[in-house]
Design a protein around this ligand. Structure first.
Ligand SMILES: *Cc1c(COP(=O)(O)O)cnc(C)c1O
Ligand code: SF4
Length: 446
């Protein structure tokens, strides 16, 4: 069957309103493209989709995924659950539950017990970083590094599609006590006023770009009207340029949204869109290019970041191409992250030594203007740790690391060393060099 019949989306028209349609566990079998997959493959998706969040949409399906290349296609892997994301024992217990016709309740219980074994809260996000105002915990804020406060607006805690690897997965699977979110914008403004070290607010999620422009304006206006002298930058973390670029072009309130961006810029603050791009394909549609151009016209800047992921973008050519195309479109490459040690980490994780090799090869093949991306970086409990490289000159083969951000600012930009280990995927799998018991920051943390 000619796959081209399935390409329902058409590139082009700038004014036509694009209708968003989500595909989830409940309705993914309705997709005509599913005829290309075996029943076994669809059943595997159902099994895995009961544990990890599963949502894709009409744009991703019609414009980004190359169905001729499925199942290897990187964007297919990005939003459709893959069998190997569950370890065999977990896969089998969930598969058995589904086959035996277990109740929704029983399936949910099984899913919860599997999830609990998958480190749902890496880097101590829940316990360590929630700040207080007048003795009250502000559950919608995280404040870990002095300059930047993270704000999780309650209506921004979902996304236009879900990345299969996402470390925020606990908040999409309906386990309410795992969510952190906050309603009170006034508290945010008050908190920033009382913390003069704060220069940046990062509005994040989920994806805050799922919010209507009016709702986002409510938060932004509260910040702008509070006359916060210390606040210089508003950042918005989003994957909408990849998952729903029409947010900035043809959605009913896209003009209003762009006016809000312009209003922030006109107020004298810097607006930084922290855009998540996993693969160059996401930059290549007319819709994405147009959305980027429209955002830049407002005076905002777009900085880009993504984790490095096995099966999606674990090649230096992919990163070099992605950075070059981003620069051509006027975006600024910012971070290459190491996949977090949560969820299906055994499937997506890339060893630190390999991650560094990919970064090194990619960065050395692009010009200086694209070398603004720093990586590979682990966002770990003590801070953002960058792998600087390997060293084999002394008696012991070493990995050099440094903090780019840290709980203690004195730790930043000082190299430290771990014993070389080409299998380690995360800082807690590395051993300090020179036979030390602990890394220097572990001593200071105790
Ligand atoms: C990455 C991160 C930030 C922002 O760090 P920058 O290096 O300024 O981009 C802020 N807070 C937390 C918790 C982070 O992980
Ligand atoms: S868009 Fe961001 S928050 Fe949403 S699923 Fe992907 S990585 Fe997670």
């Amino acid at each position: 069957m000619a796959i081209h019949n399935y390409k329902l989306g058409v590139l082009g028209s700038e004014t036509e309103h694009r209708k968003y349609k989500a595909y989830t566990l409940q309705n993914f079998r309705e997709l005509p493209q599913m005829e290309l997959l075996s029943e076994e493959a669809k059943f595997a998706m159902e099994v895995v989709g009961n544990v990890f969040p599963f949502k894709t949409n009409s744009y991703v399906v019609d414009e980004l995924i190359d169905w001729d290349n499925v199942p290897a296609d990187p964007i297919f892997t990005l939003t459709f659950p893959q069998r190997e994301m569950l370890k065999p024992a977990h896969f089998d217990t969930m598969a058995a539950a589904i086959v035996s016709g277990a109740s929704t309740d029983e399936i949910r219980k099984r899913a919860d017990s599997i999830r609990a074994e998958l480190n749902p809260h890496p880097a101590g996000q829940m316990e360590c970083n929630v700040p207080e105002l007048n003795g009250e915990r502000l559950n919608g804020l995280q404040h870990k590094y002095g300059e930047t406060v993270l704000f999780f607006p309650v209506r921004g805690q979902t996304c236009h599609a879900y990345c299969s690897f996402c470390f925020r997965w606990p908040q999409f699977v309906g386990v309410d006590e795992l969510r952190f979110a906050m309603r009170e914008t006034e508290q945010l403004a008050e908190y920033i006023r009382l913390h003069p070290e704060v220069t940046d607010v990062l509005i994040t999620g989920g994806d805050p770009m799922v919010m209507k422009a009016k709702r986002l304006a409510g938060y932004v206006d509260a910040l702008l009207n509070s006359d916060l002298k210390n606040l210089s930058t508003i950042r918005i973390g989003t994957k909408a340029l990849s998952f729903w670029p029409y947010r900035f072009t043809t959605d009913n309130d896209s003009k209003e949204l762009l006016s809000l961006f312009k209003k922030i810029v006109d107020s004298g603050k810097h607006l930084a869109i922290m855009a998540h791009f996993s693969h160059p394909r996401e930059l290549q549609t007319e819709a994405a290019k147009e959305a980027i151009a429209k955002i830049l016209e407002t005076g905002a800047q777009i900085r880009t970041q993504s984790p490095l992921l096995s099966h999606i973008n674990d090649s230096s050519e992919v990163w070099a191409q992605m950075w070059q195309e981003q620069v051509s479109l006027g975006c600024i490459p910012y971070y290459m992250f190491v996949a977090r040690n949560t969820g299906a980490h055994h499937y997506f994780g890339v060893p630190l030594v390999k991650a560094h090799a990919i970064y090194k090869e990619a960065i050395s093949s692009v010009s200086g203007v694209a070398r603004t991306a720093r990586g590979p970086v682990m966002s770990s409990n003590p801070g953002k740790i960058q792998v600087l490289g390997t060293n084999n000159e002394g008696p012991e083969k070493l990995l050099a690391l440094q903090f780019l951000q840290a709980r203690n600012p004195n730790w930043i930009n000082n190299p430290f060393f771990a014993a070389y280990d080409d299998k380690a995927l995360w800082i807690d799998e590395l051993k300090p060099a020179f036979g030390a018991d602990e890394f220097f920051f572990q001593k200071e943390q105790d």
